[in-house]
Design a protein around this ligand. Structure first.
Ligand SMILES: Nc1ncnc2c1ncn2[C@@H]1O[C@H](COP(=O)(O)OP(=O)(O)OP(=O)(O)O)[C@@H](O)[C@H]1O
Length: 372
């Protein structure tokens, strides 16, 4: 049942429940459909959750499906894939004229990809032990069976060329994004691809130049000015220097084995901004990444690694070099800014009450209506 201490934090799926499952058969090591049939379906059947499976045939297929779908027939949208397919689903829903209503539909992620950062984060928020692969899938399916769902922050990202994205996981530039994208060719390795990719990128460490960002507390609306204008005077500006990486993450995990922001929660109203200045040795960088598997990298007090929780940020690369990523998907390198659209802002609950409550016990999260 719903925890008595804070009943308003959770919604509950009806029973019987009808779920539309969007499944990418190519994600991760290509076993998503088999795993769904063998592991997920029997558990959902016992929980009285009926499923209709939509197998994606190409990129953008899920985006179009949820953009045009009559959502009233579904109690929840379940995404069985990596984070990339959920990114399509969130942005497809945001393209609908009725996006305010559409974004109230509970969303669920079941790990079928190679990164599975949101699934790993939800497993962590729920208080489960760190697990991967089939065990992570079983935990996330179990959370869906319980049927509790809660809200999630989204970050609105805009680029200098006029693109706009709604992001649930993170924005990155430099080292980590290189690993994410350069290692695509190793997707058959599953999550090991990130380990291999990290080692490869370490071998040819690149340095990026640019000035980023700012922190809060900031007013709940109009945090951003157009990218052509200077940031407001009260923003903190990190002077132009060379960066190895910039990563703005809003969930705890960057990958199944990367606990980058241990303090992050689904709706903490925060962007957890990390940046790493150039001059760091490869050995230290490797030590930081190894520590990140346990979430202890900040304890190393590395002077090159900076961490600031913020509500908005801007990144202005001096030259268009390197890969940028949004929720693991590649972007051309250009000036980008973003601000969090947090449930807490609208809800009026204090952060303290929020943290006094147990962490969400549901992988079902519906984003609040972002205040655009
Ligand atoms: N049938 C398909 N064939 C090829 N690509 C697809 C198909 N369906 C979806 N895609 C695309 O594949 C991309 C990656 O998918 P997804 O995120 O599910 O897997 P992944 O890359 O293994 O996982 P992760 O994001 O965790 O690394 C999605 O952005 C989507 O556009």
């Amino acid at each position: 049942g719903v925890p008595a201490a804070c009943p308003k934090l959770y919604g509950v799926l009806p029973r019987p429940c009808h779920a539309l499952v969007l499944l990418n058969p190519q994600s991760g090591s290509g076993r998503a459909l088999d795993d769904f049939q063998a592991v997920v379906q029997p558990m959902l059947a016992e929980a009285d959750i009926a499923t209709t499976v939509f197998v994606t045939e190409r990129p953008h297929h899920a985006h179009e499906k949820v953009r045009d779908e009559d959502l009233s027939q579904w109690d929840t949208l379940v995404v069985m894939s990596g984070d990339g397919l959920l990114f399509e689903v969130v942005n497809g829903l945001m393209e609908r004229p009725d996006w305010k209503e559409a974004m109230k539909k509970p969303l669920c992620i079941l790990p079928g990809g190679s990164g599975n950062a949101l699934a790993a984060s939800i497993n962590y928020y729920a208080g489960y032990d760190h697990v991967a692969k089939k065990k992570l899938l079983t935990n996330c399916t179990f959370i869906l069976c319980k049927g509790l769902y809660t809200q999630m922050d989204l970050v609105s990202l805009s680029t200098a060329s006029g693109k706009r994205f709604f992001s649930f996981l993170g924005f990155g530039w430099g080292f980590i994004s290189d690993v994410d994208i350069d290692s695509e060719k190793y997707r058959w390795l599953g999550s090991a691809r990130f380990t291999l990719g990290t080692l490869q990128c370490l071998a040819k460490l690149r340095v990026y130049q640019g000035p980023p960002r700012q922190p809060g507390p900031l007013p709940p609306d109009s945090l951003l000015v157009p990218l052509g204008q200077p940031v407001p005077a009260h923003w903190t500006v990190v002077p132009e220097e060379e960066f190895v990486l910039v990563y703005a993450i809003y969930q705890s995990h960057l990958g199944t084995n990367l606990l980058m922001a241990p303090a992050a929660r689904l709706h903490d109203g925060c962007i957890h901004l990390f940046y790493m200045k150039a001059g760091i040795s490869r050995v230290t960088l490797l030590k930081l990444f190894l520590a990140m598997s346990r979430g202890t990298h900040l304890d190393l007090n590395c002077p090159h690694l900076c961490y600031v929780p913020v509500r908005a940020f801007r990144l202005e690369p001096r030259v268009a070099a390197g890969i940028m990523t949004v929720d693991g998907e590649a972007l051309a390198c250009e000036p980008v800014q973003g601000q969090v659209h947090a449930r807490l802002c609208r809800d009026g609950r204090s952060g303290k009450e929020e943290h006094d409550c147990p962490p969400p016990m549901a992988s079902l999260a519906h984003g609040e209506e972002p205040c655009i």
